[in-house]
Design a protein around this ligand. Structure first.
Ligand SMILES: [Zn+2]
Length: 392
C-alpha cells in the first residue's frame, strides 16, 4: 500500500505548511495553547487541533496541563520537543571544517573540527576530499545525539539553489556542487548556504526575528558581509554579496580601498585595508590585533584608524536600515567588538538620525551585536539545516 505523505506521522517526513507554521511559532516564541496558536496563525480551532495531534503523534511537540491554572479549567500547553531533530552544521573556511551538532532549538550538543585538504594547483581546495572530511565530521558528531537528520553547510561566497557554490571566496571554488555529493555520501538531506545567510536564518528563528520581521545583518571580518530578512523570510541569494554597500563613499578625501575608491567603506573597515594603511604609515607590518592593542594602550593613530572604521560602519548601518526600512540591524563577525567599542559608531548613527529644524526624529535604531566564533558560524549552518529538514 502506498501511504500519502499526509497520512504518515509528522516525525517521519517533511512537515506540511500548517505543521511547519505551528512548529515555527513554538520554536521562536515558546510554548502556547492551541487557542493562542490558532489566533496567531489564523487557523480554526478544529484545524489547529488536527495539527497539534499530528505533531504530538510525530514526536515534534508535546502537550501538558498548565502548571498552575488560575481560575476555570486548566489549559493544555503545546511545546516543541528539542530532541525531535538533530542536524550537523559545518562552517568551511579556507583550511578548516568547523562542525557542531544541534537540536531543534539550535542548542549546540557537541562540536568537532577537521583540517581541509590543501589547495591544489590553481589554488582550489579539492572538492571530493572536502566532501569526505564533512562526512567524517558528521560521523564523529553523530554518536553525541540519538540520530542525525540532516546537514547544513555554511561557506563564504555566493551559493545558488541551496547547493552550488558559485563563488567560494576562501576555497577557490567556482560552480562547485557541494550538496549533491555530500547527500550521496551520507544519505542525509543537505543544504549549502552563504555563511551570512545562514546567520540570517539563525537570527530569524532564535534572535532578532523574535521581535522584528524585517532586519539586516552586517558582519565585519576579512570582508564586509550582509544578510537580509524581509517580512519573515531570509533572502537566500543576494544580488551582489554586499559589494554595493561595502564600496559606498564615506569621505572623498579618505584612504583608498583595494579597488581604488577614495574613502569608501571598505577602505576604512576591511581588515586587509586597515592593516595595509597602518603598516604603510608605521613603515612596518601592523596587524588588526596590533591596532586594537595599541588603542587600548592609548595610541592616538590606532584610535583614529579604528574610530574611522567604526564611523564607516555607522554609515553602513544607517544606509542599510534606511534602504530596508527596518529599525533593527544585527552586527556580527570576528572584528565587530573592536568597532562597537568605539563611540564613533553610535555618533555616526545618531548624526544620520538627527532631524532638521522643522522635523521630529522618526525612529531610533536597535543595534544588536552577536559574537561570532567559527562555532557560531557552524551553528548558523545547523539552523539552516534544521529549517531545511523541516521544510522551511
Ligand atoms: Zn571601495
Amino acid at each position: 500500500m502506498v501511504t500519502g505523505a499526509s497520512e504518515r506521522p509528522a516525525g517521519e517526513r517533511g512537515l506540511t505548511a500548517g505543521e511547519l507554521a505551528v512548529t515555527r511559532q513554538l520554536l521562536i516564541h515558546g510554548p502556547a495553547t492551541r487557542g493562542d496558536l490558532g489566533d496567531r496563525l489564523n487557523i480554526s480551532y478544529a484545524s489547529m487541533s488536527r495539527l497539534a495531534r499530528a505533531l504530538i503523534l510525530g514526536g515534534m511537540a508535546s502537550e501538558d496541563l498548565e502548571p498552575a491554572a488560575a481560575i476555570g479549567r486548566p489549559r493544555q500547553i503545546l511545546t516543541a520537543v528539542p530532541s525531535a531533530r538533530h542536524v550537523v552544521g559545518v562552517k568551511l573556511t579556507g583550511d578548516t571544517a568547523y562542525g557542531v551538532v544541534c537540536d531543534m532549538f539550535g542548542e549546540v550538543r557537541a562540536t568537532a573540527r577537521a583540517a581541509l585538504p590543501r589547495p591544489g594547483e590553481g589554488g582550489a581546495v579539492p572538492v571530493a576530499p572536502t566532501v569526505k572530511v564533512i562526512a567524517q565530521l558528521t560521523n564523529r558528531l553523530a554518536p553525541k545525539v540519538p540520530s542525525v537528520d540532516g546537514i547544513g553547510v555554511a561557506v563564504g561566497g555566493v551559493v545558488a539553489d541551496r547547493s552550488i557554490v558559485r563563488e567560494g571566496t576562501f576555497l577557490g571554488w567556482r560552480d562547485v556542487d557541494l550538496a549533491g555529493p555530500l547527500r550521496d555520501r551520507t544519505g542525509l538531506p543537505v543544504i549549502v548556504t552563504n555563511d551570512v545567510t545562514a546567520l540570517a536564518r539563525e537570527q530569524l528563528w532564535f534572535g532578532a526575528g523574535r521581535t522584528h520581521s524585517t532586519f539586516g545583518i552586517i558582519t565585519v571580518g576579512a570582508g564586509l558581509g550582509v544578510g537580509v530578512v524581509r517580512e519573515g523570510i531570509a533572502l537566500e541569494e543576494l544580488i551582489d554579496n554586499g559589494h554595493l554597500l561595502a564600496h559606498a563613499p564615506v569621505d572623498s578625501s579618505g584612504p583608498r580601498c583595494s579597488l581604488g575608491h577614495q574613502g569608501c567603506v571598505a577602505a576604512y573597515l576591511n581588515r586587509e585595508d586597515l592593516e595595509r594603511h597602518a603598516s604603510a604609515a608605521a613603515n612596518c607590518p601592523v596587524t588588526f590585533d596590533d591596532l586594537v592593542r595599541a588603542r587600548a594602550a592609548g595610541d592616538q593613530d590606532a584610535t583614529r584608524r579604528l574610530d574611522g572604521a567604526a564611523r564607516a560602519l555607522g554609515h553602513v548601518v544607517a544606509s542599510f536600515a534606511g534602504a530596508l526600512q527596518t529599525t533593527c540591524i544585527v552586527l556580527g563577525g570576528e572584528d565587530v567588538a573592536a568597532f562597537t567599542d568605539s563611540p564613533a559608531l553610535q555618533e555616526a548613527i545618531d548624526d544620520r538620525l538627527r532631524p532638521g529644524p522643522l522635523e521630529t526624529q522618526r525612529c531610533t535604531l536597535d543595534l544588536l551585536t552577536t559574537p561570532l566564533t567559527f562555532t557560531d558560524w557552524a551553528r548558523g549552518g545547523a539552523v539552516a539545516g534544521i529549517q531545511h529538514v523541516l521544510g522551511a
